[in-house]
Design a protein around this ligand. Structure first.
Ligand code: NAD
Ligand code: GLY
Length: 370
């Protein structure tokens, strides 16, 4: 599925990887490399896009990467407008979506136009949902600039906005036409955001790839120092896993995609109970992964060594692992998560590093095993 390729062709770029998300007619490439952001114009030209297009970004990312992306698109004959929104998860709502529609209409984007999401998961989810719905759906491309978006949010076609009653309650599956992950953008990420992304990286190791898990442990210093080759290899490995899971269960029906929720049941509960302000998503997932491992051990699915390995690696990466909320409060928080069906939660239990199983549990059963 992965072939090394000279993506970008810039003097400063290092060899990249190209991963295909195999979805028949909706298949697309994910380019992963370092110094490849400015190849976006030629890549879009190669996909047949021309004329009017829109970059959706935010006021933090725009000054850092907007000029390079604009120049690349213009050099390839595209005519971009820039829709710059304020930073923050609070912007991921219907009001901001409506503002984006207004700008797209005013600029005359038509059914052949493309929307380019430049930013983290917030920008990607919003821009993707705008693309899913504008004129009943137009093309979009993801240029993820956070580690979390590069390994997770930008791939797989989940788009949407939040509702006052919960996160990501409104949305659509709409696959991008192309994803370009330039790990060099991680250099400007706040340290805490980078580490939160590492929690999702560790997740892929736990659920599918013992070698990746052990590589992260062995080379944690180089990864934390953002050694470019190491980071490209790690992001590409995660992208391959996400692509394979999405290709096997695009709409999260068979259960295969549910494995990506490892650590998220308790993680979402922790986020909700701390008003989505105390922890970044990845930090809550780190706590949730250790909790999930403990539940797995109590169920007899894995041994104490597995719990200790996950806990040890996350701590080494500077991530929290202790449950910060009362167990009893978690029951209600987990029951209201949108992934629970009729009171039963499809819980991802770990058997060994690299292998999981799904177990149907109630929130009370999960908490009882914590
Ligand atoms: P984010 O988009 O809020 O980005 C985190 C912070 O980093 C923001 O302040 C952002 O402006 C800033 N930033 C982004 N790139 C930067 C860069 N290169 N340099 C400096 N600062 C930069 O958060 P996130 O963690 O990327 O994504 C979280 C969002 O993604 C949530 O809304 C979540 O629901 C969503 N998500 C979606 C999926 C999916 O499958 N669609 C999966 C996981 C998460
Ligand atoms: N982030 C989980 C998924 O894409 O399914």
């Amino acid at each position: 599925m992965t072939q090394p390729s000279a993506v970008g062709g810039l003097a400063s770029s290092v060899a990249g990887h190209e991963v295909t998300v195999d979805l028949g007619l909706r298949s697309y490439a994910v380019a992963v490399g370092s110094g490849i952001l400015t190849s976006v114009g030629p890549r879009l030209q190669g996909l047949g896009f021309q004329g009017r297009c829109a970059i959706v970004t935010n006021d933090r990312v725009a000054p850092l990467y907007g000029p390079a992306v604009l120049a690349s698109l213009r050099s390839a004959g595209l005519d971009p407008i820039v829709i710059e929104i304020p930073d923050g998860e609070a912007q991921k709502n219907l009001t901001m979506l409506s503002t984006i529609y207004d700008r797209l209409l005013a600029a005359g984007l038509d059914r052949s136009s493309v929307i380019i999401a430049l930013g983290g998961g917030v920008v990607g989810d919003l821009a993707g949902f705008a693309a899913a719905t504008y004129l009943r759906g137009i093309a979009f491309v993801q240029l993820p600039t956070t580690l979390l978006a590069q390994v997770d949010a930008a791939i797989g076609g989940k788009t949407g906005v939040n509702h006052p009653r919960g996160k990501n309650l409104l949305g659509a599956f709409h696959q991008p036409r192309f994803v370009l992950a330039d790990v060099e953008t991680c250099a400007t990420l706040p340290r805490r955001e980078f580490l939160a992304g590492m929690a999702e990286v560790v997740k892929y190791g736990v659920i599918r790839d013992a070698a990746l898990f052990h590589d992260i442990a062995t080379h944690s210093d180089a990864i934390l120092a953002q050694d470019r080759d190491r980071l490209v290899a790690v992001v590409a490995a995660c992208v391959r896993h996400k692509a394979a899971v999405v290709a096997s269960d695009e709409y999260e029906r068979s259960g295969a995609r549910a494995v990506l929720n490892f650590g998220h049941t308790v993680g979402h509960g922790v986020e909700a109970l701390t008003d989505y302000t105390r922890y970044l998503h990845g930090e809550a997932v780190a706590i949730g992964m250790v909790a999930a491992a403990r539940v797995s051990q109590a169920l007899g699915a894995c041994g104490a060594d597995v719990v200790a390995s996950i806990d040890g690696l996350l701590r080494r990466l500077g991530l929290p692992t202790e449950l910060p909320v009362p167990r009893a409060a978690l029951v209600a928080a987990m029951t209201s998560d949108k992934k629970s069906t009729s009171g039963r939660i499809r819980f991802v239990a770990v058997e060994t590093i690299g292998r999981t199983r799904l177990v149907d549990l109630s929130a009370t059963e999960i908490v009882d095993h914590l």
